[in-house]
Write a protein that binds this ligand. Structure first.
Ligand code: FE2
Ligand code: FE2
Length: 460
């Protein structure tokens, strides 16, 4: 394992532990085990890199290490970033010999709801008063990854009304955060923040057209640890994309996005040992998992602001077109067309995503399975879905027949001929961002020869 991969894994664990600490409290075995892991991994990392401390920066709402954004941890790390904000600091310095116990005391700060310090000096005093010696706060600093001359990054844009659009990375982080919080709140029988879900959905809609390639690249970012959350975000993104191509009006897209984000909220109540069990499930376990649909609907029924579509999505996303699937429904129940779309997105995401127990299928293989499963999906809707997504969905990296590599930016006139932005020449050299041509494979004569599953770091 390289130090670079280690740092991603380490910060991911740190963000996960912040979330766990807020959910479960200090003495929960999940929290104590994670704190021990953090201390051990920090020690190994510092030894390998021969450093005295590890600095994780927070700039403009993103996590930074050594001059680069940590994309996965930033997406999942909303709560760690919030902690930095509360403490008025520009990041965390984790020193040699910071033990599990010190991590525990540090993370307690994330779970506290007390008034936070007015400035950095007060925040540092607070840490000192908790006996924190090896974990300290860094001063605020300028985003080292942002372009120095104020030039706009590729994803920067303006909405029609002239308002700045948020970056896809921050939108994805917000989506991730609302789903993770909804699952955490549901687990603890707290009220869900449905306004937050709608607000994040609005952002998704606003950037869905202009920056879809960028967000789709992030969506492809593997997240082995939190895949129920990542899955829900990917299903919502896919549903909005396809819904937009089917020309659904904005209010329907918004409702669809919120419903998709919450569709698996019932899984929060399913024991993790069953939900994430890597081996085959027995009949009893399958029944327990299947209950997430009814549990999800019950959770949403308790919420004041839940829409009928939210409820229908949670309840009905595993119902098949031919009446099969689960839960068992009375004969008079009719599926809403948006739930039929959600069901397609749900299955497609599950087939094309990486899971600890399986590798990702290509879209082509996923479509073959879905088309072959007669009666499972609404046929015209499945055809429209396949046309909208294409064999090479936007955001995927591909190798072309002439040796060049690029990122799919849109589906094309033929399923197998998307539009591609060329990022690497035939010799594998990176083409500067401002000079990357976008080619239409339908016209250019090149074809895609391979879908590359290891995305280069997204330009965020
Ligand atoms: Fe589900
Ligand atoms: Fe799902």
């Amino acid at each position: 394992m390289t130090p670079d991969k280690d740092i991603d894994g380490f910060v991911m664990l740190l963000t996960r532990t912040v979330a766990q600490r807020r959910l479960y409290g200090a003495d929960h075995p999940k929290v104590t085990t994670s704190c021990r892991d953090l201390a051990e991994r920090l020690a190994t990392f510092l030894q390998q890199t021969q450093q005295d401390s590890l600095f994780v920066g927070v700039a403009d709402g993103k996590l930074v290490y050594d001059g680069r954004y940590l994309i996965g941890p930033t997406i999942a790390g909303g709560q760690l970033i919030q902690l930095a904000r509360k403490l008025n600091c520009g990041g965390f310095v984790l020193g040699r010999h910071a033990g599990a116990d010190e991590f525990g005391r540090f993370l307690a700060l994330a779970a506290e709801r007390r008034d936070m310090p007015a400035d950095l000096a007060e925040a540092r005093e607070l840490l000192a008063s908790r006996g924190l010696k090896r974990i300290s706060l860094a001063a605020e600093y300028r985003d080292p990854v942002a372009p120095a001359d104020g030039a706009q990054l590729a994803w920067d844009g303006q909405a029609d009304d002239g308002e700045d659009l948020p970056s896809p990375l921050l939108v994805y982080q917000a989506l991730f955060d609302v789903v993770a919080s909804a699952h955490g709140d549901a687990l603890q029988d707290h009220v869900l923040d449905l306004d937050g879900t709608r607000a994040a959905s609005e952002y998704l809609l606003r950037i869905a057209r202009s920056s879809f390639t960028d967000i789709a690249q992030l969506v492809n970012y593997p997240d082995h640890d939190t895949y129920t959350v990542g899955h829900s975000v990917r299903v919502a993104t896919l549903a909005v994309r396809v819904g937009d191509q089917l020309r659904l009006p904005p209010d329907r897209l918004l409702a669809l996005s919120s419903a998709a984000l919450l569709h698996d909220v019932g899984k929060s109540k399913i024991p993790e040992e069953i939900l994430y069990k890597p081996s085959r499930l027995d009949r009893k376990e399958i029944e327990i998992i299947r209950a997430h649909t009814e549990i999800g609907a019950e959770i949403l029924l308790e919420q004041k602001g839940a829409s009928p579509l939210d409820l229908a999505a949670a309840y009905g996303h595993h119902l098949r077109h031919d009446g099969g699937g689960y839960p068992e429904r009375p004969a008079w129940v009719v599926r809403h067309p948006l739930i039929a779309l959600l069901q397609i997105c749900d299955v497609f995401e599950a087939l094309t995503a990486v899971r600890p127990y399986k590798s990702a299928l290509t879209p082509r293989a996923a479509f073959e399975i879905m088309v072959g499963d007669k009666g499972a999906f609404d046929p015209p809707l499945l055809r429209a879905f396949i046309r909208a997504v294409g064999l090479y969905p936007p955001g995927n990296r591909v190798r072309l027949s002439d040796g060049r590599q690029g990122i799919v930016v849109a589906s094309g006139l033929r399923l197998d001929a998307p539009r591609v932005r060329v990022t690497h020449d035939a010799a594998g050299r990176h083409v500067p961002d401002t000079e990357q041509p976008t080619i239409d494979l339908y016209r250019s004569g090149s074809t895609v020869v391979k879908l590359l599953h290891d995305p280069e770091p997204a330009r965020v």
